[in-house]
Each structure stands twice: as C-alpha cells, then as structure tokens.
Design a protein around this ligand. Structure first.
Ligand SMILES: [Zn+2]
Length: 49
C-alpha cells in the first residue's frame, strides 16, 4: 500500500510514510496529514525553527 505525501504529492511506501497531527493556533487538533520521510524531516526542522 502506498500513500500520497500531502506536501510534495509523491507516492510514498507505507513504511516510509509518517502521519502527523496539525494543530490549530489554539492547540486543538485540526487534521492529520501523511508525509514522506523527506517532508517529515523538513516538517520536524520547521517545528524547531
Ligand atoms: Zn513529501
């Protein structure tokens, strides 16, 4: 099974896909996204600033 990375829209193998939770500004869970490993790494970096 493959997922579509919601950032770069590449097909991503399930073992390489990361699901993340996107929060609203007030800290409430907004939605889930699936990212490939590259975009996931970039997302982690963006969290750290
Ligand atoms: Zn991606």
């Amino acid at each position: 099974m493959t997922y579509i990375c919601q950032h770069c829209e590449k097909d991503t193998e399930s073992q390489a896909a990361h699901s993340i939770t996107v929060y609203q500004e007030d800290g409430i869970e907004d939605h889930y996204e699936v990212l490939c490993s590259i975009c996931y790494t970039e997302w982690l970096m963006s969290l750290k600033g």
